[in-house]
Write a protein that binds this ligand. Structure first.
Ligand code: GLC
Length: 749
């Protein structure tokens, strides 16, 4: 009797939840359909139009020219969205211009590049990925959303989920590295961090998965360049992180500048309608990247801006970021029957749907609260979260003779490098809202360890010029005048900390490099200092993998400190002096030389893999195939031993367990990684693929058993028609602390 009662309750609650869900969805559809039915074609096209901020709304209204026209468009309800308008007051006044003057009072949605923090800057996304800590990454996005929404924003152009294997491409700093499994898990965590569990809450905002698609595969690593890849790479490497964000409920997508296999992504109907809106059932909207609709003409795809608007709208690009192509041409295209009005209705509906889910129709000003903005921006809580994220993002690459951690007192320590004193560079690249020079520099960070005596010198100047997104820094390649002083200081010091690498504006959009060494004269500086004092600790500051091969051969200790954001110096100091035991693992392979690029761990075997007795195998005659540091690599101040790998396959699952022991002298965290290899398949599979990881804490001497479960979901792959397939056969199951040092078992499934 009782069981029947419980079954009754379960069914009742299910029906209630289902009916509430369908009722809410019905109410949403009804609201949108009703509004669409009242709108003119011009107003619908207006929803598809996005302008960048063009004047100070609290100042005098524009009285002439382009700005006057845009101003009037907003007042007439012909602008669906603004980007680059920030601050509770600015957003409220701009929103009022639309809501209180236009015929239907439709609110605008305000977007901004909140990529790794708003004012409190977190580590660059590639650094966060090195933490493999999904909870911390989600929290980092949460902090960013809290600050951004307090500043009136309700849409961020993040997460960027472009997989890339090419460190020459400057935007690797913005993603999660080379692996689709890690990239998918991180992408979903970032969406959940930004959007939270209630989009109508005033501290959550709509996320935007970008750049759809294959932007990370630009040829020669040159930004905006062609991407030409096969279907196996598209389905098995590029698309999975995008799909993971749809499964996580992302509200918007942004398409990419590049053409993919001959078709510019902005006009790629197969990508946007067949896959994204069709197979995946995505019900949000797609925004073009900046000006990418007009660029269809420059690509050589559309004859003119009119055709560009036609092709982009029909292909499923719902909103036009700053091309003005839709505003200028869609009405006539409809009148000429070149674009059906249903295309406009669908695009406008998708945009209205996101605004509805954000609660903007209930309260267009819900995000505009100056008191909240003042209270939350750069709060101690937010800075503490950024510091935690930064510490977890640091990767210890080398620590010979246990030179690290450094003593906290009694030493004369030289701190050398232009970057060591920079309060700007550690912020990284996407810092539009951050206060200038708001980072804690490495030099400042050492001040918390005042038991030592520190002396600083710049060594060689790395750069000059304006440290802003829209300017290119000039790298010093001639002025060596600082080397002599640096050498003299090193001679009289016990230890030398050298903070070398790239300025934050040497990676990011439009910052591709044809070389990957230490920029400028830093390598000369490093060698000159090392010659007089080999006790060098290299603290790398970088937005990408670098070929620091000489350093790896000569320098006893190397820390990869990426660009760690506002709390950079404090995080680095805690690692240097042992108050935090580094746990980060590389999300992207470090090459030995740029000639190896693209280089990545999950490569195919080829028909001629390594064979020492032969000349005719896949290799270079002047460089090894091996990377400098492999994917998943990172050291700790302690050590971990892997034993007792057990692999048991049953009906539809493979149960994996391994014992891991902390054999060193420190408590620490280890990221236990699980890889597979499908030895024979109808589409050749990589020699290994990450399919699981666990970040585990260990007291010194402690042993833990770590368990994983594999199903067809992890063991299969996409065939060249995009169909997910699992084929029984011989599999290797591998576990370890990086993608190279693994213990393995082979099983038949
Ligand atoms: C840029 C970037 C894109 C960004 C957008 C808005 O060109 O490619 O990632 O979100 O424009 O700033």
């Amino acid at each position: 009797m009782r069981i029947i009662f419980f079954i009754y309750l379960f069914v009742l609650s299910f029906i209630t939840a289902f009916s509430q869900g369908t009722e809410a969805s019905f109410k949403e559809d009804q609201f949108i359909d009703d509004l669409i039915s009242k709108m003119t074609i011009e107003e619908k096209i207006g929803q598809m139009t996005q302008y960048t901020g063009f004047f100070d709304i609290t100042g005098p209204a524009p009285e002439s020219g382009d700005n006057k026209r845009k101003y009037d468009d907003i007042k007439n309800g012909l602008v669906g969205s603004m980007l680059n308008v920030k601050g509770a007051e600015q957003v409220r006044e701009m929103q009022k211009l639309a809501v209180e003057n236009s015929r239907l009072g439709i609110p605008m949605i305000f977007g901004y590049d909140v990529i790794h923090g708003y004012k409190t800057i977190s580590p660059i996304p590639l650094a966060e990925a090195a933490s493999w800590d999904l909870e911390a990454i989600q929290q980092s996005a949460r902090v960013a959303a809290t600050e951004a929404t307090a500043a009136g924003l309700n849409w961020t152009f993040a997460p960027m989920v472009d997989i890339s294997r090419d460190a020459r491409w400057g935007r690797v700093m913005e993603g999660a590295g080379e692996d689709p499994y890690l990239g998918s898990r991180i992408a979903a965590a970032r969406v959940q961090g930004f959007q939270g569990s209630d989009l109508t809450a005033s501290n959550t905002l709509a996320a935007c998965t970008k750049h759809f698609a294959a932007y990370g595969f630009v040829e020669s690593g040159k930004d905006y360049n062609t991407a030409d890849i096969g279907t196996s790479t598209l389905y098995n490497v590029v698309l999975p992180p995008f799909k993971a964000t749809v499964d996580a409920g992302v509200m918007t997508f942004m398409n990419s500048f590049n053409e993919l296999n001959g078709i510019p992504a902005t006009a790629d109907k197969f990508l946007q309608r067949n896959i994204l809106k069709g197979d995946w059932g995505f019900d949000g909207f797609v925004v073009s990247d900046w000006g990418s609709i007009d660029e269809l003409v420059i690509h050589g795809y559309a004859e003119d801006a009119e055709y560009a608007a036609q092709y982009a709208a029909i292909a499923g690009s719902d909103m036009d970021m700053e091309s003005h192509a839709y505003k200028e041409h869609l009405q006539s295209l409809i009148e000429e029957n070149r674009v059906d009005v249903s295309v406009i209705d669908e695009a406008a509906s998708r945009i209205l749907r996101v605004k509805y889910r954000l609660g903007l129709f209930d309260d267009p000003y819900r995000y505009c609260n100056e008191a909240r903005e003042k209270e939350l921006t750069m709060s101690k809580e937010n800075r503490d979260a950024s510091l935690e994220m930064a510490k977890k993002s640091i990767v210890l690459l080398k620590n010979d003779q246990d030179i690290l951690p450094l003593p906290k007192s009694g030493k004369k320590i030289a701190v050398i490098g232009h970057l060591a004193d920079s309060e700007s560079s550690p912020l990284g690249n996407w810092i539009l809202a951050a206060d200038d020079n708001s980072a804690v520099s490495l030099l400042e960070g050492t001040s918390n360890y005042s038991g030592n005596e520190y002396s600083y010198t710049q060594g060689v100047r790395l750069y000059e010029g304006r440290e802003k997104f829209i300017y290119e820094l000039k790298i010093n390649t001639e002025d060596r005048s600082g080397i002599e002083q640096a050498v003299a200081l090193a001679k009289e010091s016990d230890i030398v900390i050298m903070n070398l690498g790239e300025h934050g504006f040497m990676s990011g959009e439009a910052r591709s490099r044809a070389t990957l060494g230490l920029p400028g004269l830093q390598q000369e500086l490093l060698e000159a200092v090392h010659e007089v004092n080999p006790n060098v600790v290299l603290v790398l500051q970088t937005g990408r993998p670098l070929t620091i091969t000489w350093a790896d051969d000569h320098v006893p200790a190397i820390i990869n400190a990426w660009q760690l954001g506002t709390e950079s110096g404090h995080a680095i100091a805690q690692v240097l002096f042992g108050d935090y035991n580094p746990s980060g693992k590389l999300p992207m392979t470090f090459p030995r030389s740029v000639g190896q690029v693209p280089i990545f761990y999950n490569h195919k075997n080829t028909g001629r893999p390594y064979d020492a007795d032969l000349v005719f195998w896949s290799h270079y005659i002047d460089q090894t195939n091996a990377p400098l540091y492999p994917f998943g690599y990172g050291l700790s101040y302690t050590a971990f031993e892997y034993k007792n790998l057990s692999v048991v396959s049953s009906q539809n699952t493979v149960d994996v367990s391994v014992t891991v022991t902390n054999t060193g002298d420190y408590d620490g965290e280890e990221i236990v990684q699980l890889y597979i290899r499908d030895h024979h398949a109808s589409i050749v599979r990589p020699i290994k693929e990450l399919k699981g990881f666990e970040k585990v804490s260990f007291k010194k001497g402690e042993t833990k058993t770590v368990k994983f479960q594999l199903t067809e979901k992890e063991l299969g792959y996409f065939d060249n028609q995009g169909k997910y397939t699992f084929e029984p056969g011989k599999f290797s199951i591998m576990v370890g602390g990086n993608s190279a040092d693994l213990i393995e078992q082979v099983i038949e499934l």
